[in-house]
Write a protein that binds this ligand. Structure first.
Ligand code: NAD
Ligand code: USQ
Length: 405
């Protein structure tokens, strides 16, 4: 029987929703390696979106079935697969009843800000998929685990935007007209994707309060890197690495751009500052959140990143690392396709995961060298036409776009 105190509740069975994706695949293997019983639930929509947009991972990736078979063959650990959509409540219910998870890690969302800004249809898809999927996960937890299963939900640092004051971890204590309260930190997201995470956070907070659920919102910064201990064990376990203008994220893109001799694409003035973390720390943070669950009725928020960089900082670091690798790295200023502050204050707290024992892999020369080498190894797979950004925040319209061109 599950107890309500976090000291005695040590979950073993973890369902990884979105376990075929970049963060989810690395995390599923890591948890499996650490002795958790892991199941993956994924509807493979990300692979489908890649096909629709004509984009692909830098690295060749095996099917989820081949991946799971290879993992079982190498480690003798079996990861059951539930292939389906969390927006389909009947499917989700059957998966919950079959696996009886004690923790659910939810990565299964449409996670690209540019994708959500292509056209109305993609904006609506993003918010429907993310908000309804998370609501279904909340209902499944209430219905099938008597509210005991711990929800570990991937949020984003982008929920906070770039306020001109320090960013706290989820809550801020405010004194107003002589009275003081601790309130949810103000949210100022800047894409329909980032806003979907804000809506999720509100729904989860309410479910914790109303039904006594336990949840942790991991407001993750931008992830970089590709190899983790487990995915490096065999080429069929290799993780995806997105470099295109829709799904590729800043540092990963810059390394691939440097490898193929494309100028680094700094949007606007390049002062946009964000929190960043190594994918090896993503898996560690999720493990820490699961091993130290939230209490019943608690809605915990952790800011999940290890260092802050501006886009210009990243371009400088990749230029230096490129030089060492014998590459001539140029930078170009691209008119910013987004609507965002290009010069701003940014100071975000990130102590709660450190207090739980996170040992960060800070961005070092050696990581940049190995990421660059990795990108150089696969550079023949790069489609140069997919590098420049083609989605404009201002040009979004109700008219469906075949592809962002
Ligand atoms: P990804 O696109 O690589 O993986 C997401 C996975 O979820 C895919 O395999 C997809 O098929 C699956 N999925 C999507 N909708 C689903 C649904 N309705 N039902 C079942 N499966 C579904 O993305 P990622 O980079 O691994 O991101 C994972 C999570 O982490 C997302 O919630 C994202 O917002 C968050 N996050 C990512 C980053 C980053 O830099 N990659 C940073 C901060 C937060
Ligand atoms: N940027 C550039 N050049 C590029 C790519 C990006 O200057 O070639 C800039 C963007 O304008 C932005 C910053 O770099 O200011 C970060 O952009 P990004 O594409 O790396 O990250 P973002 O769109 O914020 O989204 C990614 C993930 C998302 C996650 C988020 C964490 O795709 O799932 O939620 O990082 S955070 O940024 O903390 O909100």
């Amino acid at each position: 029987h599950l107890s309500s105190s976090s000291e005695t509740f040590k979950p073993k069975r973890v369902m990884v929703i979105g376990g075929d994706g970049y963060c989810g695949w690395a995390t599923a293997l890591h948890l499996s390696n650490k002795g958790y019983e892991v199941a993956i639930l994924d509807n493979l929509v990300r692979r489908h979106i890649d096909e629709q947009l004509g984009i692909h991972s830098l690295t060749p990736i095996s099917s989820i079935h081949v991946r799971a078979k290879r993992w079982a063959q190498l480690t003798n650990k079996h990861i059951p697969l539930f292939i389906g959509d969390i927006c389909d409540f009947e499917f989700l219910s059957e998966a919950f009843k079959a696996f009886e998870p004690e923790a659910v890690v939810h990565f299964g969302e449409q996670r690209s800000a540019p994708y959500s800004m292509i056209d109305r249809g993609r904006a609506v898809y993003t918010q429907h998929n993310n908000v309804i999927g998370t609501l279904n996960a909340l209902f499944a937890i209430k219905e099938f685990s008597e509210g005991q299963c711990h929800l570990v939900k991937l949020g984003t640092m982008g929920e906070y935007g770039t306020p001109n004051i320090d960013i706290e971890e989820g809550y801020i204590t405010i004194t107003h007209n002589g009275r003081t309260d601790t309130l949810p930190y103000p949210k100022q997201a800047s894409s329909f994707y980032h806003l979907s995470k804000v809506h999720d956070s509100h729904n989860i907070a309410f479910a914790c309060k109303a039904w006594g659920l336990r949840a942790t919102d991991l407001n993750q910064g931008v992830v970089y890197g590709v190899r983790t201990e487990e995915t490096a064990m065999h080429e069929e376990l290799c993780n995806r690495l997105d470099y295109d203008g829709v799904f590729g994220t800043a540092l990963n893109r810059f390394c691939v751009q440097a490898a193929v001799g494309h100028p680094l694409t700094v949007y606007g003035k390049g002062g946009q500052t964000r929190g960043y973390l190594d994918i090896r720390d993503t898996v560690q943070c999720v493990e820490l959140a699961i091993a130290n669950p939230a209490k019943s009725s608690e809605f915990r928020v952790f800011n999940q990143f290890t260092e802050q960089f501006s886009v210009n900082d990243l371009a400088r670091l990749v230029t230096i690392a490129g030089k060492k690798a014998g590459l001539e790295v140029q930078t170009t200023s691209v008119p910013n396709p987004r609507v965002e502050a290009e010069e701003h204050y940014y100071n975000a707290k990130h102590t709660k995961l450190m207090e739980l024992g996170l040992e960060p892999h800070l961005l070092s020369d050696s990581l940049l060298d190995s990421l660059l080498n990795f990108a150089m190894q696969y550079k023949d797979r790069v489609d140069m036409s997919q590098i420049m950004p083609a989605v404009s925040w201002k040009a979004i319209s109700a008219k469906p776009k075949a592809a962002p061109t």
